[in-house]
Design a protein around this ligand. Structure first.
Ligand SMILES: [Mg+2]
Length: 298
């Protein structure tokens, strides 16, 4: 079973959740779940796994493994426009792995740098590869509230932060900055003009396709507008390479071209229109389905 099929199965199973449990505001299917406490506060929750041989190569320095494990979970908070509260980490470690102390020390340090203290964890031995599972807890932007994948509207423009492509081949996937400041600033600056948002883990084509699907709209990307990272020369690679961990969002009205706090560039890459799916308009004028261009991420 493909990951997308399995996730669809989980989403179908849990569709009744928000209706039948008042505290579940957003169930599976977005970057984070959103829960409402008895006092009315909203909490963001997300969990991610990092597996040796799949998300990092054997021999990757321990501190880089710790960094990536936390940063990609924190990127899901950024995708909701949220802020971190705390993290929990569970590790399955092969018998040959001798750096458990260093691994958790590094996770504590990285978590503290993100103002996301590591407040609990678990370690088990495994005969399989090293695996780290990080759960993050956060809070949404106070005024804008959680930014969902499902709030894109026809007429919105589509934007990305930063430059895309080549993250895996260049090693940037071990050192990227989750766009927490940018996500919060977009909420501050755009408010209700900010539509849908997602972080780019599986490639712009596939992830923009997820916004289109969740919002019941179509997205048209323009290959000539996509900001390519210097690590790639091919526009298609910038659309299909995974692990950029930039933000893709839709918005109405004027959007600044740079985040003043961080200097991160903001680039318009397409439009939201009525219909379904995500297409890429090539320089030749031809269009192709973009939602299959990307990483089926495990
Ligand atoms: Mg995500």
């Amino acid at each position: 079973m493909r990951e997308s099929e399995l996730l669809a199965h989980i989403y179908d199973r849990s569709k009744a959740l928000p209706g039948s449990f008042a505290e579940v505001v957003v169930g599976p299917g977005d970057d984070c779940a959103v829960l409402r406490s008895a006092s009315g506060d909203l909490t963001l929750l997300s969990v991610d796994q990092l597996i040796e041989g799949r998300h990092f190569e054997p021999g990757t320095p321990t501190d880089r493994i710790a960094y990536k494990a936390l940063a990609r979970s924190i990127s899901d908070l950024a995708a909701m426009g949220g802020e971190p509260t705390a993290a929990l980490a569970a590790a399955a470690l092969p018998d040959s792995f001798r750096d458990a102390d260093a691994l958790f020390d590094a996770m504590h340090m990285v978590a503290a740098d993100f103002a996301c203290p590591l407040v609990g964890g678990d370690i088990a031995r495994t005969t399989g590869p090293l695996s780290l599972t990080v759960t993050v807890v956060g809070s949404p932007h106070t005024e804008r509230g959680p930014v969902l994948r499902s709030d894109a509207r026809a007429g919105d423009a589509v934007f990305v932060t930063g430059r895309l492509g080549g993250s895996l081949t260049s090693g940037r996937h071990l050192s990227f900055s989750p766009r927490l400041a940018e996500g919060g600033w977009l909420c501050d600056t755009l408010g209700d003009r900010l539509g849908a948002m997602i972080d780019l883990s599986d490639g712009l084509g596939r992830d923009a396709g997820r916004i289109a699907l969740a919002s019941g709209v179509a997205i048209e990307l323009d290959a000539s507008l996509i900001p390519r990272h210097p690590d790639v020369t091919d526009a298609l690679a910038a659309v299909s390479d995974g692990e950029d961990y930039e933000l893709c969002f839709t918005a109405r009205g004027e959007v600044p071209t740079r985040c003043p706090q961080t200097g991160t560039v903001i680039t318009r890459v397409g439009w939201v229109v009525t219909g379904s799916g995500c297409t890429l308009r090539l320089d030749s004028g031809q269009t192709q389905d973009a939602s299959e261009l990307g990483w089926e991420h495990g």
